[in-house]
Design a protein around this ligand. Structure first.
Ligand code: ARG
Length: 484
């Protein structure tokens, strides 16, 4: 026999599986769903990850129902007791998940009823799995967002710290991957801090829309029970209510927004990873990556492969794929809830896991596993005539129109290239052949240090500015952490 569920979700332990479940809606049906359909539609294999959020949401709902007089005090006490036991069992890994009970919600509700009887059956009053799952997912994502924000801050502070220590380390800056102008390594690292700082802003903005309460929308139209949604929102720490019940049960914008944030963060990580791959290549030799982030080759004894950056680069594709998947999942879905939405979880879970892994690994690599090699950086800057623009600017300061200065320096570069030397190594008298404006003071602008020091304005690469910018970044990160 072939495997009956080649593409099915990860199944719970086989001993927990029952054949054809009656389902929560069984009275309506003349026959149970088939084993094959049960496996196809069950989500408990992955959505059990929402269990704690599901319990929190249920408890807030039950307390509100009791306060409204819909549920008795005794029933509430029974529900609280049962949920406490279920939570402990889940944490201890001894909860018996059942595929027959479809999803995390029905598994927990069924167990609650087994533990406390009719009180368990009353919990679902004024609620539907549609507003329940939307609430669970938002609660879960909110706590993941807070953990992700901390990881982003850790990466940013690793980058800013390394930048601070390398405010004077000169390297070639590139455009078109050709040596362009000298920059400092610190400045280069702070460019990445700036990207991840924007990611932090986007994440905080995304959190505002995640943190709204769908519960109370019931299946789609709201409920006739005298519910107090504001009370539930308060207890669960939501900032606001979802304003329209139809939208509340079907909206997955918040998941898409998170995936968009994560995709962009992964794209930033992939850019940094790509530079690490290049820089650690002996042809560049700008940095050494600690051995524990690299592997060897099974056949070529000399190889040291930058696996971690390569994988980070690769995993960006997978997260962007999840964003695309979620967008297409929602495209053209009619109102309100559709079972399609069960497909939101796996991409969202994997997005969170992948980004978390990558942020943690890269932060650790930057903080503890990356050694710059300043001598190699200098050499590359010199070989690339990185101070050519400085020479042109020098001539402009002496009165030459910029276009003429550009041309004069271009000819000087050609001469230096032919002689196999850097511009700064051409004797002043030879440089003066390209423009009579060249004087003895030209040597100052042709040094790498002179070049970076002259770019002394906010956002510039001068070491003093880089130190300032790194300190400001570290202060911002600390303030963000304190504001949580
Ligand atoms: N497991 C479902 C999901 O993830 C829960 C909601 C089911 N609602 C329903 N009407 N069948 O979306």
């Amino acid at each position: 026999m072939t495997d009956p569920r080649p593409h099915g979700p990860a199944a719970p332990d086989p001993e927990d599986e029952r054949s054809a479940p009656p389902g929560a809606w069984s009275g309506r049906f003349a026959e149970p769903i088939s084993e094959r359909v049960a496996r196809f539609q069950a989500s408990v294999g992955f959505d059990r990850r929402l269990a704690e959020a599901d319990i929190d949401g249920s408890l807030a709902h039950a307390r509100m129902l009791a306060a409204a007089g819909v549920l008795s005090r005794e029933d509430l006490a029974a529900i609280e007791r049962g949920m406490g036991e279920i939570r402990a069992d889940i944490r201890a890994g001894r909860f018996a998940w059942s595929l027959a009970d479809e999803d995390v919600h029905l598994n927990i509700e069924k167990r609650l009823t087994a533990l406390v009887g009719d009180a368990g059956k009353r919990l679902h009053t004024g609620r539907s799995r549609n507003d329940q799952v939307a609430t669970d997912l938002r609660l879960w994502l909110r706590s993941e967002i807070d953990a992700m924000a901390a990881r982003l801050r850790a990466l940013r502070s690793a980058l800013a710290g390394l930048a601070q220590r390398n405010a004077d380390t000169v390297m070639p800056g590139f455009t078109h991957l050709q040596v362009a102008q000298p920059v400092t390594f610190g400045h280069h690292l702070l460019a990445y801090e700036a990207m991840f700082a924007r990611d932090s802003e986007r994440l905080a903005d995304c959190r505002r829309r995640v943190n709204r309460l769908p519960l109370g929308s019931e299946a789609l139209a709201g409920t006739s029970y005298p519910i107090d949604r504001a009370r539930v929102a308060r207890e669960l720490g939501f900032d606001a209510l979802c304003g329209n019940s139809l939208d509340a049960v079907s909206d997955r914008d918040f998941a898409i927004e998170f995936a968009a944030f994560a995709s962009l963060a992964m794209v930033h990580l992939s850019r940094f990873a790509e530079e690490l791959v290049l820089w650690s290549n002996p042809r560049f030799g700008f940095v050494a990556i600690a051995d524990r982030y690299c592997t060897g080759s099974s056949i070529m004894p000399q190889k040291k492969n930058p696996d971690v950056p390569e994988l980070v680069r690769g995993k960006a594709g997978r997260v962007v794929g999840h964003l695309t998947g979620l967008l297409v999942l929602m495209k053209a879905q009619p109102l309100a809830y559709n079972k399609d939405n069960q497909e939101d979880k796996e991409p969202l879970f994997d997005t969170v896991d992948t980004l978390a892994d990558c942020l943690e690994l890269v932060a650790d690599l930057v903080a503890n596993g990356l050694a710059p090699v300043p001598a190699r950086m200098r050499e590359a800057a010199r070989e690339g005539f990185a101070t050519a623009t400085d020479l042109a600017d020098y001539l402009v300061r002496k009165g030459l129109p910029f276009r003429d200065a550009h041309e004069a320096v271009a000819r000087a570069v050609r001469e230096a290239e032919a002689r196999g030397v850097d511009l700064g190594e051409l004797p002043v008298a030879d440089l003066a052949r390209f423009s009579p404006l060249v004087g003895a003071d030209v040597v100052d602008v042709l040094t790498l240090e002179g070049s970076v020091a002259s770019r002394n304005h906010p956002g510039g690469t001068a070491p003093s500015r880089v130190r300032e910018a790194a300190a400001a970044a570290l202060a911002r990160i600390e303030a963000e952490a304190a504001a949580r």
